[in-house]
Design a protein around this ligand. Structure first.
Ligand SMILES: NC(=O)c1ccc[n+]([C@@H]2O[C@H](COP(=O)([O-])OP(=O)(O)OC[C@H]3O[C@@H](n4cnc5c(N)ncnc54)[C@H](OP(=O)(O)O)[C@@H]3O)[C@@H](O)[C@H]2O)c1
Length: 251
């Protein structure tokens, strides 16, 4: 029998592309998001043997729906992909906006990881989608960067804890992708340099390659991010945040 994957945030962007590429590899997909029309569109594209669940993962009800789905059905792969940012100086946005970011990017990832790993079997895999900003805190999206630092650190520890039972955990750290993420996060960012941007197709392809080799706790998908991460090893934290602050105020 083919493998089964649950992907959060699969109605567009990276999640949708992961669903398409996993389907091509024989996976059956359960796609999770809020927008039913977009989920139906995905089903049209990947075929009717797949399914979707409409859930708002920034609410306890939505989170519980997916915890329930995980308890009722075995998944070979869970991808915690749904995420959102908040663009602006910290005190200039309403606190409620940050609470949503914290709930979706952290609390949901923890709850779903817990539900999944409790019953995961050898050979199963969990991918938590983080960001390269986890390594480079960027003022203007400071809270978002901090949530991704959490997801990365959390996933690394899970990778270590789970490997002895044959369950693979990946913290996926993409850089800038050509999706609608910036608009969904409050926009305001000018178009990033093309050389630093990958398509969701490219990132999904790199993700599935890393999933097959199952050996890296953290996967950086962009060459430019690998370069920055290397160069920043020789910088102080103060120098890194100051550099990122200058980049942030220029965009
Ligand atoms: N784009 C980038 O440059 C970039 C860079 C590094 C990391 N990332 C990370 O990569 C992941 C995917 O980003 P993306 O660029 O594909 O974003 P995107 O195009 O904005 O898509 C986000 C997905 O998450 C879903 N979603 C948002 N809020 C949700 C909620 N409350 N409940 C359930 N689903 C929700 C959206 O579906 P609905 O609106 O239908 O709910 C959509 O399917 C995120 O974790 C993001 O932080 C993105």
């Amino acid at each position: 029998m083919g493998k089964i994957a649950l992907i959060t945030g699969a109605s567009e962007g990276l999640g949708k592309e992961l669903a398409k590429q996993l389907t091509a590899e024989g996976y059956t997909i359960t796609a999770v998001a809020r927008n039913e029309n977009k989920l139906k569109q995905l089903m049209n594209e990947i075929g009717n043997n797949h399914s979707y669940i409409i859930a708002d993962l920034s609410t306890a009800i939505g989170q519980d729906q997916i915890v329930q789905a995980i308890s009722e059905q075995r998944f070979d792969l869970l991808i915690n992909n749904a995420g959102i940012g908040a663009v602006g100086k910290f005190t200039e946005l309403p606190l409620e906006k940050y609470q949503k970011v914290l709930t979706l990017n952290i609390e949901t990832v923890v709850k779903l990881s817990y539900a999944y790993l409790k019953t995961a079997q050898s050979g199963d895999a969990l991918i938590n989608v983080s960001s390269s900003l986890a390594f480079m805190p960027m003022p203007i999206v400071g809270l978002y960067s901090a949530t991704k630092a959490f997801v990365t650190s959390f996933s690394e520890s899970l990778w270590y804890e789970q490997k002895s039972r044959g369950v693979y955990v990946m913290g996926l750290c993409p850089g800038i992708m050509s999706t609608n993420f910036a608009d969904h996060s409050g926009g305001g960012l000018s178009k990033p340099p093309k050389a630093m941007t990958l398509t969701p197709e490219q990132v999904a392809k790199a993700t599935l390659k890393a999933l097959k080799s199952r050996n890296m706790p953290i996967v950086l998908t962009h060459f430019t991010d690998k370069l920055f991460a290397f160069i920043f090893r020789f910088y102080s934290r103060k120098a890194i945040v100051s550099t990122m602050g200058k980049i942030g105020s220029a965009i």
